[in-house]
Design a protein around this ligand. Structure first.
Ligand code: 13P
Ligand code: SF4
Length: 305
């Protein structure tokens, strides 16, 4: 099928089946363009939670984001178009690891980044996203917090709070954000001295410290919309450029590394979104006992933020 035919068929099926397509800011341009809603992880979670009319939610993102949608709206059918859309960072913290750290740091609250699986979420006090991590940590009781799995986000939170942050595991990271390096940013700043540097907190300390703004994907989009500069250097996954360029046709956006691509986010295509709607694949669910506790951690995040 041609792109036009796929777009048409997706539109038909979406209507017939009362489906809503939620897409993350890192999705391919053509996927963002057919989505009903495009956002960062907290926005997608909120949108999934508030969705009343739809029968099906197709989550064009990675596995843990689809799980979040199920946890926050378990009466809907949640579909992920590709079974290969994994977040490697979520795999860096297992339940066994958590049990081990819990034993080591008795009675210290555990805050988990949403980039984790439901069974990990089920064992934490509260979740957070990159948009609200500092606020959540500030609002959790206690002077010391265990935080995982991203050690860069943990360190970013540590820089913004007086509480002591213990990162678990010690070196959890996002492979996509690890490609942004300070040397390339220094060269770009030399070339474009008027361009503010906007980066995600999953970037390394050096990269964050070289930036004018650090925030979630949607916070970066809002910053670029409101700022006056004509040109920006972007330190996060390249899918964000589509939205930035669409919203700001008179501004220029330069990706700080051509390698800044999350292959997992790119697993969703128009083709498999069409198949997902047609065959109602692949359903995402979470076993009941885990879901109840994981949902509590996500709901607490929404309340606290
Ligand atoms: P955001 O919540 O900023 O969209 O980030 C999600 C993510 O996976 C970043 O790599
Ligand atoms: Fe996971 Fe990194 Fe991809 Fe985000 S960009 S989904 S953290 S691998």
């Amino acid at each position: 099928m041609s792109t036009e035919e796929l777009v048409k068929e997706i539109g038909k099926l979406r209507k017939e089946k009362k489906a809503v397509i939620l897409a993350h800011n890192y999705q391919r341009p053509e996927v963002q363009d057919i989505a009903d809603y495009v956002g960062d992880s907290i926005e997608l979670a909120r949108r999934a939670m508030d969705e009343k009319e739809a029968k099906i939610l197709v989550v064009a993102a990675v596995d843990f984001m689809a799980e979040n949608a199920f946890l926050l709206n378990p009466t809907k059918k949640i579909l992920i178009p590709s079974l290969y859309a994994h977040c490697p960072m979520a795999r860096m913290l297992s339940l066994d690891d958590i049990r081990r750290y819990r034993k080591k740091y008795l009675r210290i609250p555990l805050v988990l980044y949403v980039n984790t699986f439901a069974e990990a979420k089920a064992s934490c006090e509260v979740c957070c996203t990159s948009a609200n991590a500092v606020k959540i940590v500030e609002r959790v009781e206690g002077d010391t917090i265990i935080f995982g799995p991203d050690c860069n986000l943990a360190e970013y939170v540590q820089e913004k709070t007086k509480k002591k942050i213990i990162p678990i595991p010690e070196h959890g990271f996002c492979p996509t954000h690890s490609v942004f390096d300070i040397e390339s940013i220094r060269l770009l700043k030399e070339q474009y001295p008027d361009a503010p540097v906007l980066v995600h907190p999953e970037c390394s300390r050096e990269v964050r410290h070289s930036a004018n703004f650090v925030g979630s994907t949607s916070q970066i989009i809002r910053y670029a919309q409101e700022a006056k500069a004509k040109r920006y250097i972007i330190g996060t996954e390249e899918g964000i450029l589509h939205r930035l360029r669409k919203d700001n046709p008179n501004k220029e956006f330069i990706l700080a590394s051509v390698l800044g691509i999350c292959p997992n986010m790119k697993m969703n295509t128009l083709e498999n979104i069409y198949k997902s709607l047609r065959d109602e694949v692949y359903p995402v669910t979470v076993p009941k006992g885990i879901a109840t506790r994981a949902r509590r951690a996500l709901e607490r995040m929404v309340e606290l933020s």
